[in-house]
Design a protein around this ligand. Structure first.
Ligand SMILES: NC(=O)C1=CN([C@@H]2O[C@H](COP(=O)(O)OP(=O)(O)OC[C@H]3O[C@@H](n4cnc5c(N)ncnc54)[C@H](O)[C@@H]3O)[C@@H](O)[C@H]2O)C=CC1
Ligand SMILES: O=C(O)[C@@H]1CCC=N1
Length: 264
């Protein structure tokens, strides 16, 4: 699979790293206006660094567009004469609809809109995706790329904004929960570094339990909460203080904002 990342910034680089680490590409073009920040990748066998998006498009089958939304239209206009029915066009751009992309490159191209998160750099992205009508036949190829760097789910396009909040912004939400746990651990007497290790691995273990067992979180909670014990005391205090409610409200606020950005 010849892959090009058009716009190797935060997310583009994370995707590139994840795919390279998982041996998911036979060649990879990384494009960026200023290549200085990614020059260390020039030494990789399979990687070509360039500021020329046209060169990358000509030499690749799977094109992953990871630029800022305001740049997508101009970049697509610049390369559209090179696009063929064999290309798989994957956009990770927030709020940019498939119909807008089709209006630039045509509905006869395979277009996949996908929403990974930055954990793709460590092979643990949750990536949601959808496609245009013609791209449906290629979505399995896109899934095979993203499944190598985490998990993926095909969803209707109407749910892409919600998926962005839960999965892409979600990385920041979980980080904040891990930080809060770290602060709690320090207050209980652990050194900062130890506290962070405890928080990170416990979080990983909690997710791992659910992924391995398929259990509902409450089932796992029931296993930990000794009647009259310290866990239920802590959980109930967290709920009195509005833990679940504040998370849900934050998620809804983020969703309202993403919808405003889309309208704007
Ligand atoms: N950061 C995140 O976690 C997520 C970001 N996104 C979306 O991914 C896109 C990229 O986000 P970030 O990586 O955070 O942005 P970024 O600003 O770090 O990266 C964009 C890159 O595109 C490059 N670029 C600009 N014009 C170019 C051109 N003409 N040719 C080639 N490269 C060019 C810039 O130099 C920059 O490195 C955005 O549309 C964002 O909505 C989606 C999901 C998560
Ligand atoms: O914060 C944002 O708006 C973008 C979309 C999801 C992650 N970053």
């Amino acid at each position: 699979m010849k892959v090009a990342i058009i716009g190797t910034g935060n997310l583009g680089l994370a995707i590139g790293k994840g795919i390279l680490d998982s041996n998911g590409a036979s060649s990879m073009y990384l494009t960026k206006r200023n290549l200085d920040d990614i020059k260390e990748y020039a030494s990789y066998d399979k990687v070509v660094l360039t500021s020329d998006n046209r060169e990358a498009v000509k030499n690749s089958d799977v094109l992953i567009f990871a630029i800022q939304p305001r740049h997508l239209e101009a970049i697509l206009e610049d390369v559209k004469d090179l696009l063929t029915a064999n290309h798989i066009i994957i956009s990770v751009i927030t709020g940019f609809s498939i119909s807008r992309i089709e209006s630039i490159v045509g509905s006869d191209k395979n277009i996949i809109r996908s929403m990974p998160n930055t954990a793709i750099a460590v092979g643990k992205s949750m990536t949601c995706m959808c496609s245009n009508a013609i791209g449906k036949s290629k979505i399995a190829i896109a899934q095979s790329i993203f499944d190598k760097v985490g998990a993926s789910m095909v969803i209707p396009e109407e749910q892409m904004q919600a998926a962005t909040v839960i999965c892409a912004s979600g990385i920041a939400f979980w980080m904040r929960l891990i930080r809060a746990t770290t602060q709690g651990a320090i207050q209980l007497g652990f050194e900062a570094k130890e506290a962070q290790e405890l928080a990170k691995h416990t979080c990983d273990g909690a997710a791992g339990l659910l992924l391995a067992s398929g259990n509902h979180p409450e089932e796992e909670i029931d296993r930990v909460t000794t009647p009259g014990g310290c866990t239920i005391e802590g959980l109930n205090e967290m709920e009195h203080q509005g833990l679940s409610s504040s998370l849900i409200q934050g998620i809804v606020a983020s969703f309202e904002k993403i919808n405003q950005i889309k309208k704007g």
